[in-house]
Structure formats: structure tokens, C-alpha cells
Design a protein around this ligand. Structure first.
Ligand code: ACO
Length: 312
């Protein structure tokens, strides 16, 4: 018995905010943003909540039968409420009454953490179908006067349907965390001693260095654990934070550029949504095909990190 990703979906809000638009809001330039990050534009949700983004991404999954789901997990750092969870809201939208539903908070690594938890639950319990979503509305937690952070992020959601299967579709994981780095990237909330508004704060260049190192180490560990060689990886789907981080990770892993999926030019960093959106686009564009080995690797606030190898 194995667990397989059988179908994917994604949703991006309609409104596009380009680097040129940002030039009118803060002291920046398209040239600076493009060369430092690779981002050209991002999507911004005007009205849609995180739960609605998650719902629209889920509806985009072909063959989804909501009543058959036994588990719904939403990875998000930008829930609409402390509770009910985004996953419970999604469950209500889907009119499902048979599942357990909860959120996972692991910032940009949230989707890989959610896959790990779903994989473990499905293997040990009588649950054969799960919906795993990464959904974010980072535009709500950005200080739009802070040029060092507001240029980086965007809104969106990606979703996958997992099913129990004869052959193995999730080959292995490597996950980790180090809370000592919490002060390099955070968003406080009502439980802290900070006064609102609560905006994302980041020491970008320090985050950059740890991101490259931990993503490479984590990816190497999952390759070793699963006995897969980098040359057998058909596609690397890294968390889409910065093209320079992605290129450094791919180079250190010995994965050639043509096998690295990048869409952050269109969407910026959508945190927990970035990998499932990219996976959906990779599959629908033909960049990833049935039978391919795909390496997912992410890094995020916490710090958290994680890697996973899936066989499509
Ligand atoms: N436009 C123009 N200039 C800018 C901008 C901007 N938007 N932002 C910063 N600058 C200036 C700085 O003030 C600085 O000026 P100075 O030299 O006069 O002091 C100069 O540009 C260089 O700034 P750095 O911060 O050193 O630039 P760096 O090359 O490190 O790039 C960046 C910054 C893009 C943020 C990079 O560090 C990065 O991508 N870090 C990783 C961030 C990341 O991945 N975060 C998400 C993690 S995932 C999660 O969990 C949310």
C-alpha cells in the first residue's frame, strides 16, 4: 500500500501587481527587484479570504469528490481567523461532513509538513482520501511602506488530492526546525507584547544564507534516505522565494537548470502555497509527467525546512 498524489489544482487572484506598480508605492525599481529576486509581478487578493482561495484551488482539482474526503489539511501562515481553522471553513464550503480538518503553521514549509502529517495519518488510519492545501493571503500582513519586504510576497493557493494506492507515490521525507532563528523572520500577533498593526519583519540577507544551506542539506538527506540519485530526479520544485536561492540550491545539488521549475516571476513568494501551485502548473504544462520523480524542497519562518520525493 502507498499514498499517491492523484490530482492537483491551484487558484491565483485576478489582480496583478507589477514591479512597475510598486515603483509608484515605495522607493524601488523593476531592475532592483528583478535582479535581486527574479520576481516581476505577484497576485493580490482584494476580496477573497484565505479560505476562499483554498476553496477555489480545491475546485480546480479534476475528479475531486468532496464527500469522499476523510482528511482536510490547510497549510497557512495567514488564516482568516485564529479559529475556526481555514480547513474547517474549507470543509464547510465543500459541504463535506466526513473528514477531520485542521491547519498547519510552518510558514513556507507548511505544505511539506502537511504532506508528511497526511501521509502518516493515512498510513496508520482508515482514511483513503485527503485534500492538502497551501493557501496564503500575505498581502494582509505586509507593510506596504517597507520596500525590503512588500516586493517579495503574493497571494494564492494550491491543492492536491492524495489517495491510497497500490504503488508508492510518496517515497520519503526530511523535515526539521530550529526555533533559535525565530527573530530573523516573523509576524507577531495578539499574544505578543507588540502593538498592532502586525506586519511581517525579516532580516533578508541573513535568512538568505540559512535558506540555501538548510534546503541543500535537507534535500541531500531525503535523497539519501530514499536511495535516489540527483540525476534520477526529473524535476526539482523548490519553494519560490528568490531565484538566486533556487539557483544556488540546484547547483549545489547537481541538478541542471532545465530540471528546475520556476514560476516566482509571476507570483512572487506565496509561502505555503508556492509548492502546490508550482506542482499544479508543472503537471498541467507537461513539465512533470506520470512516473516522474519530483523533489520538493522548502524553507520558511520558524525556521522550518523540509523535503519530499514524490513519484507521479
Ligand atoms: N528596492 C531598492 N533597494 C532596496 C530594496 C528595494 N525593494 N530593498 C532593499 N534595498 C536596498 C537596501 O536598503 C540596501 O541598501 P544599502 O546597501 O544602501 O544599505 C541594498 O538594497 C541591499 O539590501 P540587501 O538586503 O543586502 O539585499 P539582498 O541582496 O540581500 O536582497 C532580499 C534582499 C531580496 C530580501 C534577499 O536577501 C532575500 O531574498 N532573502 C531571503 C528572503 C526570503 O526568502 N524570505 C522568505 C523566507 S520564506 C517564509 O517563511 C516567509
Amino acid at each position: 500500500m502507498g499514498i499517491k498524489v492523484v490530482s492537483t489544482g491551484s487558484y491565483l487572484p485576478e489582480k496583478i501587481l507589477t514591479n512597475h506598480d510598486l515603483e509608484k508605492m515605495v522607493e524601488t525599481s523593476d531592475e532592483w527587484i528583478t535582479t535581486r529576486t527574479g520576481i516581476k509581478e505577484r497576485r493580490i487578493s482584494k476580496e477573497e479570504t484565505t479560505a476562499e482561495l483554498a476553496y477555489k484551488a480545491s475546485l480546480n482539482i479534476s475528479g475531486l469528490k468532496p464527500e469522499e474526503l476523510g482528511l482536510i489539511i490547510v497549510a497557512t501562515a495567514t488564516p482568516d481567523a485564529f479559529f475556526p481553522s481555514t480547513a474547517c471553513k474549507l470543509q464547510a464550503f465543500l459541504k463535506n461532513k466526513n473528514s477531520i480538518a485542521f491547519d498547519i503553521s510552518a510558514a513556507c514549509t507548511g505544505f511539506i509538513y502537511a504532506l508528511y502529517v497526511a501521509d502518516s495519518i493515512m498510513r496508520s488510519k482508515n482514511i483513503s482520501r485527503a485534500l492538502i492545501v497551501g493557501a496564503e493571503r500575505f498581502s494582509k500582513i505586509l507593510d506596504w511602506n517597507d520596500r525590503t519586504t512588500c516586493i517579495l510576497f503574493g497571494d494564492g493557493a494550491g491543492a492536491v488530492l492524495l489517495e491510497k494506492s497500490q504503488d508508492e507515490g510518496i517515497l520519503g521525507f526530511d523535515l526539521g526546525a530550529d526555533g533559535n532563528y525565530g527573530n530573523l523572520l516573523y509576524v507577531n500577533s495578539v499574544g505578543s507584547n507588540e502593538s498592532p498593526p502586525y506586519y511581517l519583519k525579516m532580516k533578508g540577507n541573513e535568512v538568505f544564507k540559512v535558506a540555501v544551506r538548510t534546503m541543500v542539506e535537507s534535500a541531500k538527506r531525503v535523497l539519501e534516505k530514499t536511495d535516489v540519485s540527483p540525476k534520477d530526479i526529473s524535476l526539482l520544485i523548490p519553494h519560490q522565494a528568490n531565484v538566486r536561492i533556487i539557483n544556488a540550491v540546484a547547483e549545489r545539488l547537481g541538478i541542471e537548470k532545465g530540471k528546475v521549475f520556476i514560476n516566482l516571476n509571476k507570483y512572487g513568494n506565496t509561502s505555503a502555497a508556492s509548492i502546490p501551485i508550482a506542482l499544479d502548473e508543472a503537471i498541467k504544462s507537461g513539465a512533470a509527467k506520470k512516473g516522474d520523480l519530483v523533489l520538493l524542497v522548502a524553507f520558511g519562518g520558524g525556521f522550518t525546512w523540509g523535503s519530499c520525493i514524490i513519484k507521479l
